[in-house]
Design a protein around this ligand. Structure first.
Ligand SMILES: CCCCCCCC/C=C\C/C=C/C(=O)SCCNC(=O)CCNC(=O)[C@H](O)C(C)(C)COP(=O)(O)OP(=O)(O)OC[C@H]1O[C@@H](n2cnc3c(N)ncnc32)[C@H](O)[C@@H]1OP(=O)(O)O
Length: 302
């Protein structure tokens, strides 16, 4: 159902975005003359985008059951919806979360990198790169509301955000566990982790393919805050409200200064990275490892 209501917020708040928080804290919510803010819900089959009650904020929910694996379709829809939000200048912050109970995202869709042909691997890897580049360099404030398991590519996606709130449930774990599958986290996955938790902790985590339960993830700095499961999204929204108090231009330039050198590492050699991925993933030994891992996942139920 599309909501087409339009809320007006005062132009002064748009010119001084950090004033919005203060104004709304003072109880200012009356629609007055100014710039139109669309409250239209949009999205696609696997990605739902809903404006939050706070002006300038949207919640992007992934709904690719059963485990929100990052299929080619989900990656494509994610990038399209992110671009829509970025082009609509009324949005300043986005919460990323999941509609799959107990799972934020199971990471890359193993059926996309197992038993396919080189052209498919290349197309898929380009989409993975695109997702990372768009999220990592987004001008929007991104907060991950991690409401479930968050391995590998799911962890990478959350690491592109500016802040991570995770459900404090010991059943859930987060980390780059690629080595457990017999594969290697690419250098830009590694760089994203190093930028978040530092070199030594990353080296250990990557070599061992560690999946951290919430308390350990908080200790190592992989997530920023733990809250009860039913408060993950509301906490993410209140974190965004605090970040919104910072003038956009200063925050965006700072984010870019911190992240661009890392992103440039991939931007300078995207094609080479695709070729490396295709030749690595096409190896018989790697395909065997992936098949065994998938079979184990599937057997778990039987
Ligand atoms: C020399 C250098 C060259 C560089 C080359 C670079 C190469 C690097 C390549 C890639 C990097 C890879 C990144 C990744 O993200 S790989 C994916 C890693 N993901 C995981 O390990 C998670 C696997 N899944 C789980 O652990 C669990 O499913 C869970 C904890 C997420 C959820 O558990 P549960 O609720 O118990 O669900 P099930 O396990 O029963 O799963 C349900 C259903 O979903 C299927 N499934 C699970 N995960 C995936 C997945 N990632 N892709 C596809 N399908 C998945 C699972 O098989 C079940 O299917 P069903 O039996 O048919 O119902």
């Amino acid at each position: 159902m599309a909501l087409t209501a339009v809320v007006r917020i005062p132009t002064r708040a748009l010119l001084r975005p950090w004033a919005r928080l203060r104004d709304s804290a003072l109880g200012w919510m009356e629609p007055v003359g100014g710039v139109e803010v669309s409250t239209q819900r949009f999205g696609s089959q696997r990605v739902l985008v809903e404006p939050a009650s706070a002006a300038g904020v949207a919640v992007m929910t992934f709904k690719n059951p059963p485990v929100n694996s990052l299929s080619l379709e989900l990656l494509t829809e994610l990038v399209i919806n992110l671009e829509k939000l970025e082009n609509d200048k009324t949005f300043r912050g986005v919460v990323l979360t999941s509609d799959c109970p107990g799972i934020f995202s199971a990471g890359l869709d193993l059926t996309e990198i197992c038993g396919r042909n080189p052209a498919h691997y290349a197309e898929y890897w380009k989409a993975v790169q695109e997702m990372w580049l768009r999220l990592y360099l987004s001008n929007l404030m991104l907060v991950a509301a991690i409401n479930g398991a968050c391995p590998a590519g799911g962890c990478l996606m959350s690491l592109t955000c500016d802040y991570r709130v995770m459900a404090d449930n010991p059943k859930y774990a987060i980390g780059l566990n690629e080595t457990l599958l017999g594969i290697v986290a690419p250098f830009w996955f590694k760089d994203t982790l190093v930028n978040t938790i530092g070199h030594r902790a990353s080296e250990r985590a990557l070599q061992l393919g560690l999946l951290f339960p919430p308390t350990e993830a908080l200790q190592v700095g992989m997530v920023d805050r733990l809250v009860p499961e039913d408060q993950v999204q509301s906490t993410a929204l209140s974190v965004l409200a605090q970040w919104m108090a910072i003038p956009d231009h200063a925050r965006q330039l700072t984010k870019n200064m911190m992240r661009k050198p890392t992103a440039d590492g991939l931007l300078k050699k995207r094609d080479e990275d695709i070729q490396n991925f295709v030749s690595f993933i096409s190896r018989d030994s790697i395909q065997k490892s992936l098949q065994m891992y998938l079979a184990k996942l599937r057997q778990k139920k039987g």
